[in-house]
Each structure stands twice: as C-alpha cells, then as structure tokens.
Design a protein around this ligand. Structure first.
Ligand SMILES: Nc1ncnc2c1ncn2[C@@H]1O[C@H](COP(=O)(O)OP(=O)(O)OP(=O)(O)O)[C@@H](O)[C@H]1O
Ligand SMILES: [Mg+2]
Length: 244
C-alpha cells in the first residue's frame, strides 16, 4: 500500500530539515495511522505522496507505483483529504462537488448519482444548496471528505479528518472509514487523538522530528512496551517536551 524509504525534505529557507531519512512501510491494504507530535512531518509526508511537495531525496511507492515515474496514475487511484478545508466558500457543497467531479472527468449522470449518494451518507443532503461558508466545522469536514471520494479511490489519505468536529460528526466519519475499508479500500489517516487511532487503526507509524520512531499493530506496541493505551506508548517514545 505504501513504502517510504529514506525520505528527506528541507523546505526553501527553512532553518531545519522537516524529513530526515523517513522510512516506513504499510505493505498490505489496511487502515493505517500516521501519528506524531506537531511538526513531526505528517502533512509533509502526505503532501509528498500525493505529489504536492517534491522530496529532496528518497523513494515513495504508493499502491506499488513510484511517485517519480507514475504520479499521474497514482493521483487517479488515491483520494486526499487535506488538513485544511479545500472547498470554495461562496459555492454550495453541490457546486463544489460538481466542479471537482468535472476535474476528474466523471460523466454527468454518474457524478450526480455519486453526489446524491455521498451527501446522503454524510448527512448533508438537506444542505446541498447552502454555501460552504455558512457550514459548521463538522459539516465542512464531512464535505471535505466527500470531495476526495467522487472518483472512488482505492486508497484514501486523510490528514486530521476528525480535528475540531463534534462527537456526532466524528462517529459518522469513523464509521464511514470502517465501512470504506470493509469494502476493500485502504486508508491512511493522521490524528492527534490517540484513543481514536488505537480503536480505528490496524497499523500505526509514529514519527517525530522527520523520522520513524516505531511502527506496528497498536495492540502489539502496547503489549511490547507494557502500556494499556497507545497514548502512553506515544508519550513514552516521543517525550513530554513541547514542540514549539
Ligand atoms: N511550506 C513550508 N515551508 C517551510 N516550512 C514548512 C512548510 N510546511 C511545513 N513546514 C515545516 O515543516 C515542519 C513539519 O510540518 P508538517 O506540517 O509536515 O508537520 P505535521 O506533523 O503535519 O504537524 P501538525 O501535527 O501540526 O499538523 C514544521 O516545522 C513546519 O513548520
Ligand atoms: Mg499536519
């Protein structure tokens, strides 16, 4: 599903490198969590694997394809939900989705069916015509997720999809991710909610300072380190000092 090897990235004019030889591997289709403190390099890693940021060196294989040679094909097979809402605020959710669907060249009837289906699934069917700028945080997050699903990606990559949403929206999003995985799709997601990641993920990779700290099945990591929660493992391995 994802293989990252010795990835390095220093942003232009940055004082320090963001990724310092990151290597990690999620071999099988799964629900994987990419975890780490603020500034660990999670968003940078996601931006690299979807082609938004170019690495300085290292290799990344997504669904068995190399991002250096197969990026356009990879883009068609993955859906990315960015950390910040990537929708046009003055447009309605339906208009946003129609626009995105057209970019993917999804035929009109199929696109309308999918929009109807997902608006209903994410509880937005009654607000399809309302401008995104009037949406609540949870509604924006749900709409942001739909935008990544219209082309039916095999792999869904979500950067903090449950940040700042209420319990109801979070439940809906997590249930959707379980179901999507149950239908044979792969998921990589980031979150600072370790309890949530512990429940959802079959595999996690904890990174810090642009490197892998540890990866594996959360239950095995807890057992190996002698803790009863993933959060305890995380704190044990990454320390309690602030990252700012
Ligand atoms: N475009 C950029 N230019 C310069 N530095 C950047 C840029 N984007 C990120 N960085 C820096 O790279 C480091 C890692 O950032 P990144 O956003 O990848 O971390 P993150 O793990 O996603 O953090 P968070 O949990 O806060 O979202 C940070 O120190 C950040 O300031
Ligand atoms: Mg981030």
């Amino acid at each position: 599903m994802l293989r990252i090897s010795n990835l390095h990235k220093t942003y232009l004019k940055a004082v320090e490198p963001t990724l310092r030889g990151l290597s990690l591997e999620f071999p099988r289709p799964t629900i994987a969590g990419l975890l780490g403190p603020n500034g660990a390099g999670k968003t940078t890693t996601i931006s690299i694997l979807c082609g938004l940021v170019r690495p300085d060196s290292g290799t990344v294989e997504v669904l068995g394809a190399d991002i250096r040679t197969d990026l356009e094909r990879i883009k068609k097979r993955i859906g990315v939900v960015p950390q910040s809402i990537a929708l046009y605020p003055p447009l309605s959710v339906r208009e946003n989705l129609e626009y995105i669907g057209a970019l993917y060249k999804i035929p009109g009837t199929i696109l309308q069916q999918r929009i109807r289906h997902f608006l209903q699934l994410f509880g937005l069917d009654h607000t399809g015509s309302k401008a995104i700028r009037y949406f609540s945080g949870g509604m924006k997050r749900r709409a942001n997720i739909i935008a990544s699903l219209l082309h039916e990606p095999e792999l869904l990559v979500l950067d903090e999809p449950t940040a700042g949403v209420d319990v109801q929206s979070r439940n809906l999003i997590l249930q959707f991710l379980e179901d999507y995985h149950g239908q044979g799709h792969s998921i990589i997601y980031t979150s600072h909610l370790l309890e949530e990641a512990q429940q959802l993920c079959r595999e996690v990779a904890i990174m810090d300072h642009g490197q892998l700290v540890v990866q594996g099945d959360p239950r095995l990591l807890m057992k190996d380190h002698g803790f009863s929660s993933l959060e305890q493992v995380f704190l044990h391995l990454t320390g309690i000092s602030l990252r700012d």
